[in-house]
Write a new protein. Structure first.
Ligand SMILES: [Zn+2]
Ligand SMILES: [Zn+2]
Ligand SMILES: [Zn+2]
Ligand SMILES: [Zn+2]
Ligand SMILES: [Zn+2]
Lengths: 630, 630
């Protein structure tokens, strides 16, 4: 069927469902959404369940857009009238091309109202379609710039979304039915995640990361399977860590022009981390894989999806994201392929334990035949202490150091572990398990934390309740203080007060942590606490192994006199026990499991243990293989 | 290194080895060969081992070509003087572009002389490089036309071979080292053989066949791995059966312009079978996959290799063919990849039992890490009677029928089984185990037999001895008589004499066999003997199952009164026992075995039995998978 006929068809079905008096003038695909244009947006808004019914019947994501738009100035007044003042509206942006008004508010829930009533009231008043985003309670320059950029390129984006929408909804032409997955990286190793899923109709790339600390750190992007890059229907990112998304902008440099799907939080975090990655690479080598221009390309082509939203991303593929419990916005990507042909999930990195920030990864799926799961801690001895034990150990270390008047440096990766440690410290002080001292946040940690406060929907229910119902946002607690400058660092180092400093880089390869180390390492009252894995060859690993002198630049060395501690258990990954429990709880039980994202031993060990314990067919694939799923 | 520099390098090395007084003017790649141009071809020929030494040192196949050429007429006289008369020269063709003279003779061995002395004498006399081919003792129109066509396009071919030669010897550019095999057909099924072997440098397609009796009978040629088709470095055919080579000409239609490697016998047989395939398909459907023009394209781009000749076919791949014992020219394709990186063999179809025509398949290789082996009879119960038992049963049936004055119809596939049955019958008569009656050959069988007589080098030593030393070519025995016309068929049917008729098609789906059946099926004195597998849905299968009436066209039916017998054991495939024995005797023992070319049960059964018995890693791959070898 021609796409025009398909749209006519859809319009006829919508006309039949819409009550008399509401006129649908046009329907059009925009990205994965079906947009209904109407002269009567207010009447549409009156029919509370109409959109839901249409979405279910047509199996499409539906957006209603008015034809005639109220004057923005008058409309703005009306919005401010309808929305209760405590919503804290900070910005209104009217886009005549989409008929949407973007409402930025401190409390988006108040703008939406119970069951969306306030939102519908807005539509009825002004005709414009309201979209609500949160005003970051801590200002995030990433979020701000991302939103500004997307506004600036809105015309291009609209064009792009129409093109993609029509591509997604093209006819299925092949009579063959098969599904294959090609491993382009991250097999029997950690890093450079990249998996190509292909059917006779479509090709989807899942993740496109780098391998940290490795010169050969790219996935096998040169094999013919993914060429031309523009034959890809979609790139799907599981989460923002660089081993999963660092090289997404590179795809645009090589000619990709299609969409990149992710959760909204993943989009913002990955832009932040990619830009930082470019700085780090530029410092280390002269060869930068791409520039910030390609990061913008990525942003321009990004399409965000929330957990649980079933979305057409190719004629024969539906994508649904589910919570992965690993970092903010991290997702298990579940694909429904063909009309009931096959269901496959890529876990990305996941945590099956509840953490301070996130709930455990989803193990329940409507259907599931195959799983590609991470196996970072897949070895039979890869057990981690419980979060509780880890926190006790952390509290003890803080108490010891503060009691002797020392300062604590916690080097940490900006996204994930830092926030876990922050919340543990905040609660420790609140419940008086540790003394109230300043917790300084330096490096990208403050920016990452700002992004966390922008997307509290992605946090676990306990934390959401604390923030929304109890009005207590622990990220905004008094103990935390941002550090922006070298002079402030000097003040902190020079002050006599005990404190905690959480700062990047997590493995002491550059970053502000080096300044703190330089200033504080000589004094044995102070303490350095490792909360994350220290890779071979890093300064962190050397200190962990007991080196007493660390070279700093060409001439200087730092003498390491401060106390060194390692506190395991803050990891965002499932340990061996949790990985096995996850498989056990998977519902429905899959037919096949592929263990990836683990070193050779861990991946093989996990695969064989799962097979032995649960009699599920398992593989520990190698890179550059193709598995036929069906 | 630029190819020009590489050639300069080679020339310097050759100059250093060549004795004073011999001038090398130029060296050039032509296909897989290195051609040395010289003013002194006669002196070159004096140095008996010089070419062998150069070949070994440079690890190249070497051809010497003179710069100045004797007048063809004078040269022809000289050739006829040097070569003993009993060589039976039937044609001389002088090609000034290559400096070669093609000598067609009834006894090529006599032209070559002991250890090539006569051949060297020719070179010394005339300067032209002699190439010797056999005059087919039974005239084969395929061989004749093939040779004529190749002469007609010799300029184009020379150009093509230079291009390919330079491509084969291009520099290796990638620092990655890996080897993958992608299954494009023939996995857990019989038919549509097609395997893509790829490295960072090169891509090679092994076989490209159809699946008989199937509308979906093509390999998965539409997947991105093999595109653009011109990125393939080579197509390598194991043997001429249509399930291995029917769709090679299609590759040219889709844009392939590279070489197709095969043995000389496979080239001629496959051209014959492809042209016949086009006729059969045209009769059955209106959609013909390609035309005879593409068969010519294939022929123009074909490069033939004999067993045992180690040949560069890509910068990092050497191909060596070994006897497969299956049909004339059938080969196991052995690939040496990288400089000692990996060795992999594709058996194609093979027979590990000695048959009347061929020796058992080679099981000895210089190196071997992986094998893709056929598993047609890989099931644990797939035992075949011995050839001896099969022949006894055939003799008994012939005796019974002849004694009662009846005629015997043996439907058979043109290539392989027909000739086995012919030789069994000829010996039966010679040793007086069966009465001397006429054996009529109809359909493509006579043409196929003619090609067999053109390439007796491919027959087993016993048969070669019979032909060359005892002067007794059983294919030329008096009992055999070709049938060319419907009227002759009428005579045979109408005559009162007992006889044997071997004719196509092998499964009674059309072909001259239908005329014989129409004329002879009513009489219960006659006998129909099946010597090959009858697929479901064929007339052959129906008769085997006991149908008494067979529709012929729309109105007529044939009443089946003649006796029906099935004689198993003439198969060109190894049975289960031989497959296992083959694995046991493989030397060196491979690390991995992939069972292909068998139905699902057989492939899996063989794979698991090999693993259990010999502890070799095995896989029964599916279509569309990619396996990483190294
Ligand atoms: Zn991660
Ligand atoms: Zn990861
Ligand atoms: Zn496997
Ligand atoms: Zn065969
Ligand atoms: Zn075959």
């Amino acid at each position: 069927m021609l796409i025009e006929d398909r749209l006519k068809d859809l319009k006829a079905k919508i006309d039949a469902k819409v009550p008399a008096g509401i006129k649908v003038s046009e329907v059009e695909f925009e990205g994965p959404e079906l947009v209904i244009y109407t002269d009567d947006p207010k009447k549409f808004a009156d029919e509370a369940d109409l959109i839901k019914i249409l979405a279910r019947e047509l199996r499409k994501r539906i957006v209603v857009r008015p034809n005639i738009l109220e004057d923005p100035e008058i409309a703005a007044d009306k919005v401010n009238n309808v929305v209760p003042e405590d919503a804290g509206i900070t910005d209104l942006f009217f886009d005549p091309d989409t008929g949407e008004v973007l409402i930025e508010a401190e409390k988006p829930g108040v703008v939406i109202g119970k069951n969306g009533t306030t939102l519908r009231d807005i539509t009825k008043e002004i005709g414009w379609t309201p979209k609500v985003v949160r005003t970051p309670p801590i200002e995030s320059s990433t979020v701000k710039q991302t939103r500004q950029y997307l506004r600036a390129v809105k015309d291009e984006r609209k064009e792009f979304l129409r093109t993609i929408g029509r591509r997604i909804h093209r006819d299925i032409t092949s009579k063959d039915k098969w599904l294959r997955v090609t491993t382009l990286g991250c097999c029997r190793e950690v890093g450079r995640a990249a998996f190509l899923m292909s059917t006779p109709e479509s090709k989807i790339l899942i993740d496109c990361g780098e391998k940290p600390g490795n010169n050969d750190g790219y996935p096998y992007l040169y094999v013919p399977e993914i060429y031309p890059l523009n034959s890809l229907d979609a790139v799907v990112i599981t989460h923002a860590h660089l081993d999963h998304c660092a090289l997404v902008p590179l795809l645009y440099k090589y000619g990709y022009e299609g969409p990149v799907y992710s959760t909204p939080a993943t989009r913002d975090l990955s832009v932040m981390l990619q830009l930082d990655y470019l700085d780090v690479v530029a410092n280390e080598t002269s060869k930068v894989p791409y520039s910030s221009k390609e990061v913008q390309q990525y942003l321009k082509h990004s399409i965000t999806l929330n957990y649980g939203s079933v979305t057409d991303i190719a004629p024969d593929v539906k994508l649904t994201y589910h919570n992965a419990g690993h970092i903010l916005g991290s997702a298990i990507a579940h694909f429904h392929v063909g009309d009931g042909l096959y269901n496959i999930a890529f876990t990305g990195d996941f945590n099956y334990a509840k953490s301070r920030l996130f709930g455990p990864a989803t193990s329940q799926f409507p259907r599931l035949e195959a799983v590609f799961m991470e196996s970072t801690y897949g070895g039979s001895n890869d057990m981690q202490p419980s979060r509780k034990d880890a926190e006790e150990k952390l509290y003890e270390a803080v108490n010891d150091t503060v009691n002797r008047g020392g300062k604590i440096i916690i080097p940490a990766f900006a996204v994930g572990r830092s926030q876990e440690v922050m919340l543990a410290l905040e609660e420790g002080m609140r419940l008086e398990k540790i003394p109230k001292v300043k917790v300084y946040l330096d490096g990208m940690i403050k920016e990452a934390t700002a992004i966390h406060t922008t997307y509290p929907e992605y946090l676990n229910p306990d934390l959401r309740k604390l923030i929304f119902q109890d009005g207590m946002n622990p990220f905004l607690a008094d103990c935390f203080e941002q550090v922006d400058s070298s002079s402030k660092r000097g003040d902190i180092i020079g002050s006599g007060d005990p404190c905690v400093i959480i700062t990047t880089s997590g493995m002491l390869n550059g970053g502000p942590v080096m300044e703190y180390l330089y200033g504080l390492a000589q004094d044995e009252k102070n303490m350095l606490i490792f909360v994350g894995y220290q890779a071979d060859g890093t300064t962190g690993r050397r200190i962990q192994k007991g080196w007493k002198e660390i070279p700093l630049g060409r001439r200087e060395t730092i003498n390491i006199n401060l106390e060194i501690k390692t506190v395991d258990g803050f990891s965002g990954h499932s340990d061996r026990k949790q990985l096995m429990a996850y498989v056990n709880h998977l519902n429905p039980r899959p037919e096949k499991i592929f263990t990836i994202h683990g070193d050779e031993k861990s991946a093989i060990d996990l695969a064989s243990s799962i097979y032995k314990r649960y009699k599920i067919e398992t593989h520990a694939p190698r890179n550059l293989e193709t598995y036929r799923m069906v």
